[in-house]
Design a protein. Structure first.
Length: 301
């Protein structure tokens, strides 16, 4: 029942969001379905690793001294030789098909259709409905949301596949994190530099924790548990501290007046537009000051 409750976290959360939408609709408050779909997508995207780790939990078994195998998360359940594990294994297979496989298949289909749909009449609806998958990244890196889902799925799958060979598990996880770090640094896909640096910092932190935990495989249990506790404490505290620093930096930038442009070109619309464009091009060759020309900064309006 505990495993079933963990499997139901995502459907219950999505259902709660739709209940709020239906309640607001009954009260006459307009809320477009695309916004509701986007909120559900954000919720699913944020919990994807947790969902993937949950559904593969019955597959992670460790060997006992008598030769049998039991679940790592619940040693009282004997793997592949008990009715409890058979039921959990069946639920796990159903959960893998309903959650990670379905989510990745849907994201893959949507991402592959994005270039053709964005040029058609339904492109605007696609952008609004799937903001969580596309809008956080640069237009040329629209596919990076799918890459994040695949990376997170592998991060959850590798511990289950190599649970009996911890050393190989460390190697495979290290290769995956290193490849993800190199790809992120090469593409620089997020729309803001702060998001890119945060993503890169989190990936590097995971690699450091992995390097710190790998020598514990050959250590005695008492020392390993103590060091592992310190590493886990660092993993929990570091994102919290990083989040506080990001919030503090955002507040500081909000109250700090920043001059975005050093020069403002004012011109007659009918006769001096080309002249101002020439002046801007010439000025940029001799100065790094940002120059505001209304025809080049239409998004600022």
């Amino acid at each position: 029942m505990k495993f079933v409750r963990r499997l139901m976290i995502c459907p219950v959360g999505v259902g709660f969001i739709f209940i709020i939408w239906a309640f607001r609709k009954c009260r006459g408050q307009k809320m477009h379905f695309d916004k509701v779909f986007n909120v559900c997508g954000i919720f699913t995207f944020a919990l994807f690793i947790t969902i993937a780790l949950t559904v593969v939990d019955p597959l992670q078994c460790g060997r006992n001294p008598d030769g049998s195998q039991s679940m790592l998360s619940n040693p009282g359940v004997i793997c592949f030789d008990s009715s409890e594990h058979f039921v959990m294994l069946t639920l796990s297979i159903i959960g893998i098909i309903c959650y990670p496989v379905t989510i990745i298949a849907w994201a893959t289909y949507t991402t592959c259709k994005y270039p053709s749909r964005i040029t058609s009449g339904v492109g605007l609806q696609l952008v609004h409905r799937h903001r969580f998958l596309f809008q956080r990244f640069k237009p040329e890196c629209f596919y990076y949301g799918l890459l994040l889902l695949l990376r997170n799925a592998l991060l959850a799958l590798f511990p289950a596949l190599f649970s009996s060979v911890p050393s190989l598990q460390m190697e495979v996880m290290g290769i995956l994190l290193l490849a993800a770090c190199a790809l992120q640094a090469r593409l620089w896909p997020w729309r803001t530099s702060l998001a890119n640096y945060t993503d890169l910092g989190i990936t590097i932190l995971l690699q450091i924790l992995l390097l710190g935990a790998s020598p514990l495989i050959s250590q005695d249990a008492e020392k390993s548990n103590e060091m592992l506790g310190l590493l886990l404490a660092l993993a929990v505290v570091s994102p919290f501290v990083a989040g506080l620093l990001v919030i503090a930096y955002s507040i500081w930038c909000h109250f700090l007046p920043i001059s975005l442009y050093g020069v403002f070109l004012c011109h007659h619309k009918g006769t001096a537009g080309s002249l101002c464009r020439l002046l801007k091009l010439l000025a940029l060759q001799h100065s790094k000051t940002q120059i505001f020309l209304d025809s080049d900064e239409l998004e600022e309006g």
